[in-house]
Design a protein around this ligand. Structure first.
Ligand SMILES: Cc1cc2nc3c(=O)[nH]c(=O)nc-3n(C[C@H](O)[C@H](O)[C@H](O)COP(=O)(O)OP(=O)(O)OC[C@H]3O[C@@H](n4cnc5c(N)ncnc54)[C@H](O)[C@@H]3O)c2cc1C
Length: 437
């Protein structure tokens, strides 16, 4: 396909999660050149950390991996991973962008992704992708299906960078791709439009010590459970209590942790109710005798198929739903588990009950506080759109668009739809069409 219909202009997309990738593919398929900048060593975003997706329980990586490969192979997409945008100057149709390429210390053009370097590396560090539940090596792939499948050296933990010794990776690399001398590099590009798809962060329950998250190892977050239940996760899908490595028999899910709260974030994160129901269903599928209880304020089952998903969990699978807040989590040393005190609003009683594992459905927050261009942000920290009703992908800066959870919490289908819309508006701008916003 010729790159001709956009007056020779290109689009910069910042963030390589599902929203950024979808926008990149939609533009590239129109023949428009795209620069896709991702700060991590691989594209994929949070979706790469998910096991299955609600409400269909499709395998997340089975949907995501082919898209990642399509992005990498598309001749109109230039992928800049492990890179960050430093500065954006100019105006619609003519932006000049400075991008910092961080050193991987591995030559991306010659590495064949064989992984011998990783196997030979003697140094371990916490595995961020698995939420620190296990360790990775100092030279590592972000995850097994990473795109590009090229490892990166974490210089803070590499013995060579710390002490000047050990070159195990370099010694054993069959393609001579290790380069300890690599330096940060600034690349300048030009683009006619920019799309921010920088995603979301998650509320950290240790900030307010919610539900003794800091104190008891068997109080975990929803993303930690997502990694535990995943077959590519640290326990290969075997869900265990962090305290003793045993399978839990009774699991409590607490919804709206850090969301819809005066003490933390006031907004609803939109995907947590369904994500928790999904996780309870997955636990039931893995361990039919497990007891799952979901403590909720309201169940927000607003999407297509969501109400049916909730009904199936409740009526068919026997997942218990209790409307009420959990007041406290304490240790029950005799039984070696956790004692939850809660109010059952509908039944009108307060009770204490033991659980083996407590999962906190932590809410979404903005991922970035500062942007390389003065974008207006809402009170909740997500990117403000010019007109919520009629121009929901336009930011307040002309020529700059937004897609996915960078604009506000949403699920994967909504990210994909918004990414398509942002790609279309960017393409109209490049072709000199009438702007909507
Ligand atoms: C526990 C849990 C379970 C979930 N389960 C489901 C589910 O079953 N179904 C469903 O539909 N949704 C689910 N979701 C929601 C889903 O994860 C999100 O809707 C989706 O991942 C958002 O995609 P995104 O592209 O907007 O953001 P992200 O996935 O966050 O991607 C953003 C990307 O931008 C990159 N980035 C950030 N800043 C910069 C920068 N400055 N420069 C360059 N790159 C940058 C990030 O590294 C990241 O790769 C779940 C969420 C959680 C937390």
């Amino acid at each position: 396909m010729n790159i001709s219909n956009a007056n020779g202009q290109s689009v910069l997309i910042v963030g390589g999660g599902i929203a950024g990738m979808q926008a990149a593919l939609d533009l590239a398929d129109q023949g428009i050149k795209v620069y896709l900048v991702e700060k991590l060593p691989s594209i994929g975003g949070r979706m790469a950390q998910l096991d299955k997706t609600f409400p269909t329980l499709d395998c997340s990586s089975c949907i995501l991996t082919p898209k990642m490969v399509d992005v990498a192979r598309h001749k109109n997409i230039e992928l800049l991973t492990y890179s960050e945008v430093q500065e954006i100057k100019g105006r619609p149709g003519n932006f000049t962008i400075q991008i910092l390429k961080k050193p991987r210390y591995v030559n991306i053009d010659t590495c064949n992704g064989c992984g011998i370097c990783v196997a030979k590396c003697p140094k371990k560090a916490p595995n961020e992708f698995n939420m620190g539940i296990d360790d990775r090596k100092a030279i590592y792939f972000l995850f097994p299906q990473a795109v590009p499948l090229v490892p990166v050296i974490d210089s803070d933990n590499c013995i060579y960078f710390l002490r000047g010794k050990c070159r195990a990776c370099k010694k054993h690399c069959p393609t001579h791709s290790i380069n300890f001398e690599q330096q940060p590099e600034i690349v300048e590009i030009h683009a006619g439009a920019v799309i921010f798809a920088t995603g979301f962060g998650l509320y950290d329950p240790s900030k307010n010590n919610d539900y003794e998250y800091n104190v008891f190892p068997d109080v975990i977050t929803s993303l930690e459970l997502e990694r535990l239940v995943s077959s590519t996760g640290p326990t290969e899908g075997h869900v265990v209590r962090p305290s003793n490595g045993e399978e839990p028999r009774k699991v409590a899910f607490i919804l709206c942790v850090g969301s819809r709260s005066q003490k933390a974030n006031y907004w609803c994160s939109r995907f947590c109710c369904m994500a928790s129901i999904k996780q309870a269903i997955l636990l039931k599928e893995h361990y039919p005798n497990i007891e799952c209880t979901i403590f909720y304020m309201d169940i927000r089952a607003f999407g297509k198929g969501f109400q049916e998903f909730y009904e199936r969990a409740r009526a068919e699978l026997g997942i218990r739903f209790i409307k009420g807040r959990v007041g406290s989590v304490k240790e029950n040393p005799e039984k070696e588990n956790l004692l939850l005190r809660y109010e059952h609003v509908e039944a009108g009683y307060v009770r204490e009950e033991d659980f083996d594992l407590v999962v906190l459905a932590v809410g979404a927050e903005n991922a970035l506080h500062e942007y390389p261009v003065p974008l207006e942000l809402d009170d909740d920290g997500f990117i403000t759109t010019k007109d919520r009703y009629l121009a929901p992908v336009y930011t307040t800066v002309e020529g700059i668009f937004v897609a996915g959870t960078a604009e506000g919490p949403k699920d994967i289908p909504d990210c994909v739809v918004q990414a398509g819309a942002a790609a279309m508006e960017a393409s109209i701008l490049l072709m000199g069409g009438k702007q909507n916003g």
